[in-house]
Design a protein around this ligand. Structure first.
Ligand code: KG4
Ligand code: ZN
Length: 339
């Protein structure tokens, strides 16, 4: 018998619904909230209001695209956290209502676990090698930068994480300093293509163990811009590509330094990446080079599964459904929630 899961994601500024049947993706619909661009970042109040407007049409579109009707859904999975509370409340309330009215199980999903398990989403007609356990996952998003030992679908251990800003935050905050729109990561990636990554040296953190830090880089970037603008008021426009390429290289160097160390310390040579920053073309290229050099087995997700989406929530729901792990109707969202 087949198992069909409806997934709901509303942790930040994207409203998404997806349907997964037996691990295969049937649909994944995402409504991006453009409203935040003019504010240079996500405005929580506006995000929850947009989720409220988007959630029903997005779910209907996902059902239609999957070619299913509601009584063919076996369980509904939703992001319980971490994320913005007002945003999470919309998806949580919707999932509760859906589960109650259809009399089907409700499954809470940790958003970070979802990012990692996106590596297991299968698509009809697309050949893909799924990761073997244990593997290391570099999870890099707007809110998190972690190195995780993935022991099983539902058993994961964080062995390194940021002590301040996340990698995505470093991209976004530095991009804002040079007048680029939010989210800055993809725009920096684009400019970096034509820039010199060694043009400018920014400071790198010296943090013990496998932990990360990105707040020093942000300050170093800010001071560099401030000093150069004193000499040339058009410094940013004249050096945009080099600035972006050098910033991107510094972030990649920081991420890769600790990942290489984690491989050495754990002896695990199977690596996955996940989260919005894993869409970065420079990071992907560096990983491929390292994999070749050090004989790593690499799992790089399709770009559409790197930023927030409900397919990753549905696949996690699928594994929890198989393990018989369900939630009760009194579950409430968690703004903070570790894997
Ligand atoms: O995973 P995600 O969609 O949301 C969170 O859970 O945080 O990640 C969003 C982050 C943003 O900081 C965005 O700038 C970054 O992912 N991002 C990128 C790229 N695409 C998205 N960063 C660098 N290069 C990219 N191509
Ligand atoms: Zn995310």
């Amino acid at each position: 018998m087949s198992t069909t899961i409806l997934g709901i994601e509303s942790s930040c500024d994207d409203t998404s619904a997806a349907v997964i049947r037996d691990g295969y993706l049937l649909s994944n619909v995402i409504a991006n909230q453009q409203i935040h661009v003019e504010y240079g970042g996500v405005v929580p109040e506006l995000a929850s209001r947009s989720h409220q407007q988007n959630i029903i049409p997005v779910v209907e579109a996902a059902m239609k695209k999957a070619g299913l009707n509601k009584n063919e859904i076996d369980a509904v999975a939703f992001t319980r956290g971490p994320g913005l509370l007002g945003s999470l409340l919309v998806g949580t309330s919707f999932a509760k209502g859906f589960s109650l009215s259809r009399q089907i199980p409700l499954i809470e999903v940790n958003h970070l676990q979802g990012h990692i398990l996106s590596l297991f989403i299968k698509e009809e007609g697309i050949e893909k090698n799924l990761p073997n356990f244990p593997f290391l996952c570099l999870l890099v998003s707007g809110g998190h930068s972690q190195i995780i030992v993935v022991k099983n679908h539902l058993d994961m251990e964080i062995i390194g994480q940021t002590i301040d800003d996340a990698a995505g935050e470093a991209f976004d905050k530095c991009a804002k300093v040079i007048g680029l729109p939010y989210p800055g990561g993809p725009v920096v990636d684009k400019y970096a293509e034509s820039g010199n990554p060694d043009a400018i040296q920014f400071s790198k953190p010296r943090i013990a163990g496998l932990d990360y830090s990105f707040s020093g880089l942000k300050t170093s970037f800010l001071y560099h811009i401030r000093d150069e603008l004193k000499k040339d008021e058009n410094y940013i426009e004249n050096n945009m590509s080099d600035l972006c390429a050098s910033l991107q290289k510094t972030i990649i160097d920081i991420l890769m330094g600790k990942l290489r160390r984690a491989v050495k310390e754990t002896g695990i040579k199977e690596i996955g990446i996940a989260g919005g920053v894993s869409a970065n073309s420079g990071l992907r290229k560096t990983l491929l080079e390292d994999a070749e050099k050090h004989c790593w087995k690499l799992h790089i997700p399709h770009v559409k599964f790197t930023t927030d989406n409900a397919a990753m929530i549905a696949i996690t729901g699928y594994f929890k459904y198989k393990a018989g792990i369900f939630s009760s109707q009194d579950v409430s969202p968690l703004a903070r929630w570790n894997i």
